[in-house]
Design a protein around this ligand. Structure first.
Ligand code: OGA
Ligand code: MN
Length: 292
């Protein structure tokens, strides 16, 4: 029987008694889906998975994203992306700076993301402590803690999300080698709008769907007021009581609900301290078929 143990922090639970290399039964799928809605972040320890098995497990939850512009794919399995700072013959093996600021995946896309599944194969350590932690914040709790007046005021409003916001912020980081997006890339990823409050398709609860990484503007408000409220929300949504910090162990599968949480990859390791993670992004097409 699958067993879940809450982290004791603002979200997250460890899940035991399941081997993710095996196909999930319908009952196991339903259990994990429910746990993901409830806890926002799940981790499974001591897993041994091939890339094909990681892909098979992830695709149980929906259609996998294949990023055509991304060259860091597992050879032969484009749905499996490599996050790594390792190099072979001077050439990067993976995307080295993924997610290094608070965001939720794919809020800039018409079809948003449901769950991101990461499988940790090499984790940097210093003085016996894991580096490259992944931090999360709970957007159900963040919504619930908003002042009633603000909930009322913002109800029905929408937020504009832009892929280029995160990209340009990364470019300002020292040592970043990302070139500016080309005209063609900008055209392929135009800003999109989503409701500022989503009803979570698994739990039916309201969540705050805005994140510092991609959210540009509350469309229905004048620019100055939109800026003020977004800045308030960005601060509000990161309060310590909403948070969980995942300290990686090799063999962990870490998956999170991209609708009900936001996350940040902590960039506290050097190019010589190696991190190697395989990743599958699952889109929310099962819940929002009309946006597909
Ligand atoms: C991502 C991401 C976090 C991490 O893959 O989208 O944000 O800790 N990763 O690697
Ligand atoms: Mn991310």
């Amino acid at each position: 029987m699958i067993q879940a143990t809450p982290s004791g922090q603002g979200l997250g639970a460890r899940v035991d008694n399941i081997d993710l290399s095996q196909p999930l039964s319908q009952e196991q799928y339903k259990t994990i889906e429910g746990l993901l809605g409830k806890h926002g972040v799940l981790w499974f320890s001591k897993q041994t998975l091939t890339s094909a098995q990681l892909k098979a497990f992830s695709s149980t939850f929906g259609t996998l994203e294949v990023n055509v512009a991304n060259m860091y794919q597992d050879p032969g399995i484009p749905e499996v992306m490599i996050l790594s700072n390792k190099k072979v013959d001077g050439k990067p093996l993976g995307l080295a700076d993924a997610g290094q600021d608070w965001h939720t995946d794919m809020s800039y896309s018409k079809m948003i993301a449901f769950t991101n599944v990461l499988y940790g194969l090499e984790i940097p350590h210093r003085d016996g402590k894991p580096l490259g932690n992944t931090e999360f914040s709970n957007m159900r709790a963040a919504y619930a803690a908003l002042p009633d007046e603000l909930k009322k005021k913002l109800e029905g409003m929408t937020v504009l999300h832009d892929f280029n916001k995160f990209w340009e912020n990364m470019r300002k980081q020292p040592g970043c080698t990302r070139p500016p997006l080309t005209e063609a890339q900008l055209k392929a990823k135009p800003p999109v709008s989503h409701p500022i409050f989503l009803t979570h398709p698994i739990t039916g609860e309201k969540i705050l769907y805005a994140n510092p990484g991609y959210a540009m503007r509350i469309n229905e408000l004048p620019e100055k007021e939109s800026d003020e409220i977004l800045n308030f929300l960005f601060e509000h949504q990161l309060q310590p009581q909403f948070r969980y910090r995942h300290l990686w162990t090799v063999g962990d599968v870490l998956m999170w609900d991209n609708m009900g949480t936001i996350h940040n990859a902590v960039a506290d390791y050097t190019p010589d301290e190696h991190r190697f993670i395989k990743r599958c992004q699952v889109m929310a097409d099962r819940y929002f078929p009309l946006a597909a």
